[in-house]
Design a protein around this ligand. Sequence first.
Ligand code: HEC
Length: 135
Amino acid sequence: MTFRFSPAVLIGCAVVSFATAYPANASAKPTGQELYERHCSECHSMKPPPKSAPPIVGLSHFYHQAFDDREAGVRHIMEFVAKPEAKKSKLRPPAISRFGLMPAVELSECDLRTVSEWLWDSYDPKFQPPDCPPQ
Ligand code: HEC
């Protein structure tokens, strides 16, 4: 199955979330940080030491190395989170052998975009990835 994003849905993000996901309180549209805390922080710490997955600052580092363009990077994060596959990985190979392949996280397209943009923007230019531990 291929994961597709319809431009109409992406443009309609705010409207869709107001109408369906958060009908009671339109201002409650979650931020990237809130989505991270709810759906990702169990495995991903923000910074080293890692929990059961590489820290967010490291993910952002390798995605900024792999993509010059924010939109391309964000799209790739969205596709990976929705359907992780080893061949799509932009991390160093030991990440998957050390931590295992990430399980898919089910989110609405809007939440997926919000959290993926937040991850891309969590880039810290001063961060240096640690040496890979021996396998
Ligand atoms: C159950 C644990 C778990 C949860 C929850 C989780 N992840 Fe991960 N994630 C991992 C592991 C393990 C890896 C490293 C292996 C890999 O790349 O698949 C990873 C890797 C990644 C990568 C790098 C993919 C690559 O290899 O290029 C991104 C981006 C990512 N996670 C984003 C997220 C986001 C965003 C969320 C929340 C919406 C999330 N993860 C939730 C375990 C998790």
